[in-house]
Design a protein around this ligand. Structure first.
Ligand code: AMP
Ligand code: ZN
Length: 494
């Protein structure tokens, strides 16, 4: 019997605004699509929070024995600077500023994204398709929507006719927005004059002569609208109807609203059973965002190279900090909270490691079966990781009591406790134990560099510049760059 047959998961569905029991379309299998990053800059910790929230979902479903096909795209074209179908393509803009090819931008930041996700021990998705790899599919969808009468062409661009669609469907049902409010929120921009109504959105945009990312289509040389890629790639790999669609809360409107409209216009059915939205990571109470500069990058966190941080934090601690909040709650990032999480993380790891040293008793003072189920209950209740972590802390307390000979657990219960903690700490949350040799290399490295910085400072104080320069230059040769600032010397791995 598979574990999933014993556990009912209820998930908060943003579309119905209620918790619903997950009922897979195909027994024992789950299709999940999550909007991936737009690869025009380094991912920040806010982006990471959303992707780590869905890593938890992916891992838990797999742990229960579901066969999960997890599709997470890479947006490498079509995402303009603002959501009103105006402005430059974000990737093309970066390429222009840096005088490199757009695909160099894409490559650089895709690699950064993968490296960051790997350092958080997030599992790669089953399929990671790109927008530029699916232009043909996107053109086919536009043709289909045009045939259904829900789109129109104007000057080589194609727009989705929201008002027409709304006569027979409900546009706005995910975000709860009214059509009138959408007009009020739309700015007067050049492309708006091509649209029949301000609420319409682009399916295909004719490229201006200077626009370098362009493809031929029946309407013009141009590029697809941002919302289209997700409809194309989700339905291609998961079918016209699939189980779960996820993304950050800020994607509900217009992105996901438009995805629903496109799919319903094409396939005449609601494409997704459960819509999941992860809440925002904030910094100083404001959303972490690329555009405002109000963000912290993973690398700053891992090296401590940011004025807001007192020290470097390993990725696993940041991940644990994030899982101490429920994915639907806003979470504010702070040095104090990270320090508290670091202590909590070590407490759990110490407790887990000491289980193997405990001596079994003839009877148990704690009900481990019940406790194990309460861990599942937490995750079954909309992936409630903070409650799960509270249960694990409860177990850590028991372990310490047994260690002090103030209570006992039988051999069977000790084994079950160890197995369950292992499952939730490492398989479901994907944490790693920093005291494992392989994992402590990062800490050893930062300790070694700190020592070299200290020796270099001493050399400089003694006016021994040959030695201080040698330390700086040789570190640079092996890819470690020292930076001298007002606050002292920091480093980055290049
Ligand atoms: P983008 O690369 O801008 O398309 O964003 C990638 C993902 O990160 C999307 O799912 C966003 O909703 C999510 N995201 C962006 N900012 C934050 C934030 N401050 N907190 C949590 N998720 C975020
Ligand atoms: Zn998307």
């Amino acid at each position: 019997m598979k574990l999933y047959e014993q556990q009912d998961i209820s998930i908060y569905n943003s579309l119905t605004k209620t918790k619903e029991i997950l009922q897979p379309i195909h027994q024992g299998a789950i299709g999940m699509y999550v909007c991936g990053p737009t690869v025009y800059s380094n991912v920040h910790m806010g982006n990471c929070r959303t992707f780590l929230s869905f890593d938890l979902v992916f891992r838990y479903l797999k742990h229960l024995g579901y066969k999960v096909r997890y599709v997470r795209n890479i947006t490498d074209a079509g995402h303009l600077e603002n959501d009103a179908d105006e402005g430059e393509d974000r990737i093309a803009k970066k390429a222009r500023i840096e005088a490199i090819e757009p695909m160099e931008v894409v490559q650089r930041y895709t690699v950064d994204f993968h490296t960051v996700m790997h350092s958080f021990n997030a599992l790669p998705p089953s399929i990671e398709p790109t927008a530029t790899g699916h232009i043909i599919e996107q053109i086919e969808i536009i043709q289909n929507i045009l045939e259904q009468g829900f789109a129109y062409e104007k000057n080589g661009s194609v727009y989705f006719d929201v008002l027409k669609f709304n006569e027979s469907h409900q546009y706005g049902k995910l975000s709860g927005r009214q059509l009138e409010d959408m007009i009020a929120n739309t700015r007067e921009l050049a492309a708006q004059s091509e649209k029949k109504n301000a609420q319409d959105f682009a399916l295909w945009k004719k490229a201006e002569p200077q626009h370098i990312m362009r493809w031929p289509s029946p309407w013009s040389d141009g590029f697809p609208g941002w919302h289209l890629e997700c409809t194309a790639m989700s339905t291609k790999y998961l079918g016209n109807k699939f189980d779960i669609h996820g993304g950050g809360m800020d994607l509900k409107f217009p992105h996901h609203e438009c995805e629903i409209a496109q799919a319903e216009a094409c396939n005449h059915e609601n494409p997704v059973n459960v819509w999941m939205h992860a809440n925002m990571l904030t910094l100083n109470g404001k959303k972490m965002a690329k555009s405002t500069g109000n963000n912290i990058l993973p690398n700053e966190l891992f090296t401590g190279n940011n004025d807001l941080l007192s020290k470097a934090f390993p990725p696993v601690v940041a991940k644990f900090f994030m899982y101490q909040a429920h994915y639907r709650s806003i979470l504010d990032f702070s040095n104090d909270a990270l320090e508290a999480s670091e202590k909590g993380y070590h407490r759990l790891m110490d407790a887990y490691r000491s289980i193997s040293e405990l001596t079994p008793s003839v009877k148990s003072d704690y009900n481990i079966d019940e406790w194990r189920q309460s861990c599942y209950d937490a995750m079954n209740d909309d992936f409630n990781s903070p409650i799960l972590i509270a249960q694990l802390f409860e177990a850590a307390k028991w372990i310490n009591t047994v260690k002090e000979d103030k209570a006992g657990l039988t051999k069977g219960d000790l084994d079950l406790l160890q197995q369950t903690m292992h499952n939730f700490l490492f398989d479901v949350m994907g944490l790693i134990d920093l005291s494992d040799n392989a994992n402590s290399n990062g800490e050893k490295l930062s300790g070694t560099i700190d020592l070299l910085i200290e020796l270099r400072n001493q050399a400089r104080a003694n006016k021994d510049f040959a030695t201080s320069d040698q330390i700086r230059d040789q570190l640079l040769e092996v890819g470690i760059q020292l930076k001298d600032g007002k606050e002292g010397t920091s480093y980055s791995l290049i």
